[in-house]
Design a protein. Structure first.
Length: 481
């Protein structure tokens, strides 16, 4: 029962507006299902959600059942959710289909923040995923949506757009939002969504990566490419060839030709990691020497064995184990010890830097936090920083949470981890003992002259104090007042 995304079909904007009016937002749906994050939704728990969270059939419960859990509604319940006009539009567009006395949705409606995105169902009945399946709004889709820096740009480009999620979001802060996908159904899905959301500044184009946009440059480029290092190409929206790099490498290679001066490219992906080969070396190679800052946010590390088991499929035990073997053998052939989920950012630079941060995956909008990391990097590199610090005061960049680990029975100093508190995407920093001591003195702020004097009386050289303060600024934990 696949859905034909037809941007020219009946206008579903009224029905989507009704979903907005009943509070069908990402936060409300997660809360109703008892989830901290909608990314924690599990298909296999659908009967439990229904029983425990959706027993009271108000319109929000009906919408969640129909459009999130792929359930069926009786006509009377549907009538409480949509008026006849909205129902008619959904049926004429083919999004709703009658099955006996019940109605089912042929595609899902994914709440992303307060936007709604229609795409194919996340859970496909039966065997293989159809080749032209449009990707559901997945964990990686939400991570990129949340981490995208939302500043006004003249033009944005979303490569590998799928449902169009990133272009649909960019359309609210870009003069024009262009979305490209090689899959004609994905292009139609994006156009369908743009129409249903009444976004007139979005163009959806079919083609291979940058091919449909010629030499145009963009102030924001987003991409969630197929990135899985797969032994065989089975799911087109997911698999990036045996290395996982077939598509993502070409996206990075094309950035120097398509990223506008002052622009930002943000990519969510997975990269296979080899011992002794930093990921940044590969990214620099793909950039071909273009002077760009490269920011790598490491979100999750999947050991090769875990990755193989997580991707294996099979109808019975023997088939499943054989599949595990194939996935693992492919990772070994690539030399990958592990696969890392990352958010990458690239921008033009006069003085290119590479920064690697360990972060907790974003739980809500975190674009401002990404920008703050860039500001911290720029500030720490500013040649005048030490002078400014020496003449003034330093304060915490925000409330800081400290986590201290001591190894009992070993003669090693305790390790302190610090992160800014109340962040959507907390970045974890290991602190040197002197950095930790200084950090404790920075609330509500301290004059650097006083810090230096106190350190001198404890026999700590001024140079070490200044280095530690610059390190705290670089980590984004402190800043000059
Ligand atoms: C992982 S899905 C991402 C979908 C969507 N952007 C999201 O974040 O949910 C990858 C998408 O890349 C598209 N794709 C694969 N190869 C491509 C290529 N060479 N050029 C353009 N799109 C491509 C697939 O059709 C699929 O829609």
């Amino acid at each position: 029962m696949t859905f034909t995304f037809d941007p020219e079909s009946a206008d579903c904007s009224g029905a989507l507006a009704r979903l907005g009016a009943i509070g069908f937002t990402e936060a409300a749906v997660a809360e109703r299902l008892g989830l901290e994050d909608l990314n924690d939704l599990q298909w296999k728990a659908a009967p439990i959600y229904r029983q425990a969270r959706l027993a009271e059939r108000d319109p929000l419960a009906s919408a969640i059942d129909l459009f999130v859990l792929q359930g069926a509604l009786e006509a009377r319940e549907l009538g409480r959710l949509f008026d006849p006009e909205a129902q008619g539009a959904l049926v004429r567009a083919g999004l709703l289909a009658r099955a006996g006395a019940q109605v089912r949705a042929r595609a899902s409606v994914y709440p992303v923040g307060s936007r709604l995105v229609v795409s194919d169902h996340a859970w496909v009945d039966g065997g293989a995923v159809p080749r032209d399946q449009v990707m559901y709004v997945g964990t990686d889709s939400r991570w990129l949506a949340r981490a995208t820096v939302r500043r006004p740009v003249a033009a944005s480009l979303d490569l590998c757009c799928g449902s169009g999620i990133h272009a649909l979001l960019a359309a609210s802060h870009a003069g024009t939002a262009t979305a490209v996908d090689i899959n004609a159904r994905a292009v139609a899905c994006t156009a369908f969504n743009a129409r249903a959301l009444r976004l007139a500044n979005l163009e959806a184009l079919q083609g291979d990566l940058y091919a449909p946009v010629g030499d145009r440059r963009f102030g924001l480029i987003t991409a969630n490419p197929p990135f899985v290092p797969a032994p065989a190409q089975e799911v087109d929206y997911r698999d990036g060839g045996p290395s996982g790099e077939d598509v993502q490498r070409r996206i990075v290679e094309g950035l120097p030709r398509h990223l506008a001066p002052g622009g930002l490219a943000q990519i969510v992906t997975e990269l296979g990691e080899r011992e002794g080969e930093p990921l940044e070396d590969r990214l620099r190679l793909w950039l071909g020497g273009a002077p760009m800052d490269v920011h790598i946010l490491r979100l999750r590390v999947h050991p090769a064995q875990v990755y193989a088991i997580g991707h294996a499929v099979g109808d019975d035990n023997a088939a499943f184990l054989a599949s595990v073997g194939r996935w693992h053998a492919n990772l070994q052939a690539q030399g990958y010890d592990r696969v890392v989920s990352v958010l990458l950012a690239f921008q033009w630079s006069d003085d290119p830097w590479t920064r690697v941060d360990e972060a907790v995956a974003p739980s809500r909008d975190a674009g401002a936090e990404v920008e703050a990391l860039f500001s911290a990097e720029r500030l720490a590199r500013d040649p005048s920083l030490r002078d400014r610090l020496q003449r003034g005061r330093v304060v915490l960049a925000g409330p800081v949470a400290l986590l201290e680990a001591r190894a009992l029975g070993m003669r090693v100093p305790p390790t302190t981890q610090a992160r800014l508190a109340a962040q959507a995407m907390p970045v974890e920093h290991i602190l040197a003992p002197l950095e930790r001591d200084l950090l404790e003195r920075l609330d509500p702020g301290a004059s650097v002259a006083d810090l230096l004097a106190a350190a001198a009386s404890a026999g700590i050289p001024a140079q070490a104090v200044m280095d530690a303060l610059v390190a705290l600024v670089h980590k984004g934990l402190a800043r000059p007042a």
